[in-house]
Design a binder for this molecule. Structure first.
Ligand SMILES: N[C@@H](CCC(=O)N[C@@H](CS)C(=O)NCC(=O)O)C(=O)O
Length: 199
């Protein structure tokens, strides 16, 4: 498998999940401005959506969208999500919440032309949505217990953005969670491979 990524982008969630899964994979950097890959290919011919992540499967199929890629990694590795039952759907439910309600809520904070009022509203909305995950986390090390699931891989990146790009102060349980996950070997490996340091 090959993950097309950009350092620190949401593709970092898939990168962490791949390391954590133990599955064999390679990565290829995509310049999101020029849409050219490290190998000099036109990324839009690989993924017409033009954004990362994209995962090239062993048979050459290209899979896109974080929720699909993370779910694929979990299914292939039989790790990172319970295989069946309500616990499986709870992990997917939280992964979808992170993608559609948290990831998308960053938009005004990433667009240079957005005004200060729009940015302040985005921070307030993000905080309200993150608080629900802090409540879900409670005293547990990870969202669903002892071990990271695909939702944790994604949430870690969103918290990294919240602290770094958005300059937000996290609710204390999420700050402690972020610090804990930041020390996790798979997270450290993915960060190192993308040349990143923690905010
Ligand atoms: N719906 C997509 C969104 C992916 C996305 O927002 N990718 C961003 C990086 S985090 C990107 O590549 N942006 C560059 C662009 O759209 O040109 C998913 O969940 O995978």
């Amino acid at each position: 498998m090959k993950l097309y990524f950009s350092p620190g982008a949401c593709s970092l969630a898939d990168h962490i999940a791949l390391v954590e899964s133990g599955l064999p994979f390679t990565t290829e950097h995509v310049d999101l401005k020029s849409k050219i890959t490290a190998d000099g290919a036109d990324y839009r011919l690989i993924n017409p959506k033009g954004y990362v992540p994209a995962l090239e499967l062993e048979d050459g199929e290209i899979l896109t969208e974080n929720i699909a890629i993370l779910s694929y990694i979990a299914a292939e590795s039989e790790r990172l999500s319970p295989p069946e039952g309500i616990a499986h759907w709870r992990v997917l439910e939280t992964t979808a919440y992170i993608s559609t309600e948290i990831h998308k809520a960053f938009k005004p904070l990433l667009v240079p032309s957005a005004g200060e009022e729009a940015k302040a509203q985005a921070r307030a909305l993000l905080l309200r949505r993150l608080v629900l995950l802090a409540d879900q986390l409670g005293e547990q090390p990870c969202l669903f217990g002892q071990h990271p699931m695909i939702a944790d891989c994604y949430l870690f990146v969103m918290l990294m953005w919240a602290k770094g790009r958005a300059g937000m102060t996290l609710p204390p349980p999420l700050e402690a969670y972020f610090q804990r996950l930041g020390q996790h070997p798979s997270v450290q490996q993915a960060l190192e491979e993308e040349g990143l340091t923690l905010p």
